[in-house]
Design a protein around this ligand. Structure first.
Ligand SMILES: [Fe+2]
Ligand SMILES: [Fe+2]
Length: 270
């Protein structure tokens, strides 16, 4: 049994500060084994914004697997954008933008998909795919294998496919060969869970592609602020959506999707 809290798109610099204490309280109350943060910690990659984000993350449970998003690469400071895109992130948040957490039940591998040249779009290169493979290939089948990126491997129906991380097809083939179970991402500020077999032809293997909404940004794009909590068990996974209630001022339990773990991947219960 493992409980994983998945936060995304905090966007310090453009947050609703009213949400911070209730979010911190709820995350602690869920008693997660691991906290995952899938990027866009800041709005404009400024030092002060990174310091605020880091101070907030320091109040959340550990261990944490935190990766950067496109907003954590400077957009307007061209020198930094191209010569030191993650300089501030590494100095203030973490020297390692691709952390991992592995125990005897779960393997969580973070991948940095933020890029300087295609600022908004992300990409995953062959070196990164090889690293993920080296971490998850060969692990016991019972270990749930999770890849964390900022840019998603799938999009909701009303979104453009161009928003999918660049070079996703090749990466998904490799991940499927190694039995990757879950792909966690953010970026769209929209909660979404899909089955990899709908988009990718990965014979004999189905992964779940799970996106979290924005936990604290004021740019919620039509959704209330939210985060996900994944409850992993021997039978399957429950993906809980915890969403902000602006009347009661708490993050409360919203829809829960359940999937059973079978030999070829995940299926909704009949
Ligand atoms: Fe974002
Ligand atoms: Fe983003």
């Amino acid at each position: 049994m493992r409980t994983i809290v998945h936060l995304s798109d905090l966007h310090f610099g453009r947050i609703d500060p009213e949400l911070l204490d209730p979010l911190r309280w709820r995350v602690h109350a869920l008693e997660p084994h691991v906290v995952v943060v899938s990027g866009d910690l800041t709005q404009r990659a400024r030092s002060g914004q990174f310091r605020e984000a880091k101070a907030f993350l320091d109040t959340l449970p550990r261990p944490q697997v935190v990766v950067p998003g496109n907003h954590d690469v400077p957009l307007f400071n061209v020198f930094q954008r191209f010569f030191s895109p993650l300089g501030r992130y590494k100095r203030i948040v973490s020297r390692n933008p691709e952390p991992e957490y592995i125990d005897d039940e779960v393997a969580i591998v973070g991948v940095n998909t933020a890029r300087s040249f295609v600022w908004k779009d992300g990409s995953i290169d062959s070196r990164q795919v090889e690293r993920v493979k080296s971490r998850i290939c060969g692990l016991d089948q019972r270990v749930v294998k999770i890849v964390v990126t900022h840019h998603p491997f799938d999009v909701p129906e009303d979104h453009n496919e161009a928003e999918i991380v660049d070079k996703a097809e090749r990466a998904m083939q490799a991940f499927a060969q190694c039995g990757a179970d879950l792909l966690l991402a953010g970026h769209l500020h929209k909660t979404n869970t899909t089955n990899s077999a709908e988009r990718y032809k990965t014979a004999g293997h189905i992964a779940l592609i799970v996106q979290a909404g924005t936990a604290t940004s004021t740019r919620a794009r039509g959704e209330t602020n939210s985060f996900n909590c994944l409850r992993l068990s021997a039978e399957g996974v429950a993906v809980e959506r915890w969403q902000w209630n602006s009347f009661s001022k708490v993050f409360e339990l919203g829809p829960v999707e359940r999937f059973l773990h079978t030999a070829d991947g995940w299926h909704r219960p009949q």
